[in-house]
Design a protein around this ligand. Structure first.
Ligand code: C5P
Length: 363
């Protein structure tokens, strides 16, 4: 087994999990703010944001894949980093074979497998905007944690992942913990204060928002597990897989844009209409989220990813206390502690899922 990659001695697995938790909190707050703080007539197009997310993420993954392509070829004695500095990397005689090889890997015969998670993620990313527009930020975040259960169900069904008794217990506690936090979110004025800080310009439809969350939880579980299955069933590099995923996302991401009736000023104008700093901030945080999510799926697994994002509930609330003078209630602390204990329990050694990696069924 290759050594676990690390940064300054800390395993990438943990760095990516913590980054994902922080990213999730930021995204929930900024996406909600960017949608509800302005009147609908001035809001930006969510499908445009989803498209830009894919284009940016795909381009970044392509650059990373290109710089790493040397790892498995030995026509230079330099490390990839050194060859970047010495200029060997940019030597035209070496660049062309590298581009050819990258092309071969991206357009490999099995690349079509990524079309399934690509379509599911595009649907999910659009639904996320519907949910964030129609629910309080805190309610959205907590309800979205149901994806942990859908992910576990799909992991067992599709990956034939075997969970230990401890892990089932951890999932059970997680559901209880999230439920307790939700009681407090629904009952207290705290959550309402969360969004009143963003002077509301848009009316919300809770049922529409909740249905969008439920649907997004299903696509999240299925797409995540499918991506993990494709990734871990082949030797293909993570960044090549990400390029394939983004490439297959572009077409479905264009569908809602084409179907939306453009304003009289034309389709390009309506694409960029009101696409200001908040919209770009949302896209940027989503791009980071996508890249980190891919790393989390590679270096740990989808179920653990769910636990990391459930920790983001705690981070969001603590940020709200610091920034917006929120009151922490007993139920919130209780729910958060249960979530933390569940996370710890899921991570205990001796579990069976980490040893079942090689046992994935072939896609
Ligand atoms: O909520 P969930 O963890 O399912 O969200 C995953 C997000 O990460 C989606 O927005 C999806 O587009 C993105 N993603 C990605 N690349 C991957 C896996 C997920 O950009 N390889």
């Amino acid at each position: 087994t290759p050594p676990t990659p690390s940064l300054c001695g800390v395993p990438l697995k943990y760095i990516s999990l913590v980054t994902l938790a922080v990213q999730n909190s930021l995204l929930t707050i900024i996406m909600h703010y960017s949608r509800v703080s302005i009147p609908p007539s001035q809001s930006y197009s969510a499908p445009t944001a989803v498209l830009f997310n894919e284009l940016l993420k795909g381009s970044i993954s392509l650059v990373i894949a290109f710089t790493q392509i040397d790892r498995s070829t030995s026509y230079t004695s330099d490390t990839p980093q050194l060859s970047l500095i010495t200029g060997r990397f940019w030597n035209p005689a070496k660049v062309l074979p590298r581009v050819r090889r990258l092309g071969r890997e991206v357009f490999s015969p099995d690349c079509w497998k990524l079309s399934i998670p690509a379509i599911l993620y595009v649907i999910q990313n659009n639904l996320q905007y519907v949910a964030a527009t129609n629910l309080e930020a805190a309610t959205f975040q907590v309800s979205y944690q149901m994806k942990i259960l859908t992910t576990a169900a799909f992991s067992v069904l599709l990956l034939r992942k075997q969970l230990s008794a401890n892990q089932w217990l951890a999932l059970f506690f997680l559901a209880i913990g999230v439920g307790i936090v939700q009681i407090q979110t629904g009952a207290s004025d705290t959550a309402k204060a969360a969004s009143s800080l963003l002077f509301q310009g848009t009316s919300m439809n809770a049922l529409k928002g909740f249905l969008a969350v439920v649907a997004a939880c299903f696509t999240s579980g299925l797409a995540g597990v499918y991506f993990e299955m494709v990734l871990k069933n082949s030797q293909t590099d993570l960044w090549i897989r990400n390029v394939q995923l983004s490439a297959f996302s572009v077409l479905p991401a264009l569908v809602p844009i084409v179907l939306t009736r453009p304003s009289e000023s034309g389709i390009i104008y309506s694409l960029f209409q009101n696409f200001g700093a908040w919209a770009w901030a949302t896209v940027a945080i989503q791009v980071i989220g996508g890249l980190v999510t891919a790393m989390v799926i590679k270096y740990s697994d989808n179920i653990l990813k769910g636990f990391a994002t459930s920790l983001s509930i705690v981070i969001s609330f603590l940020a709200s206390v610091a920034l917006f003078d929120f009151q922490i209630t007993f139920t919130f602390v209780l729910g958060s502690v249960v979530v933390l204990i569940a996370t710890w329990l899921y991570n205990q050694p001796g579990r069976s899922s980490s040893t079942s990696r090689l046992g994935y069924s072939v896609v």
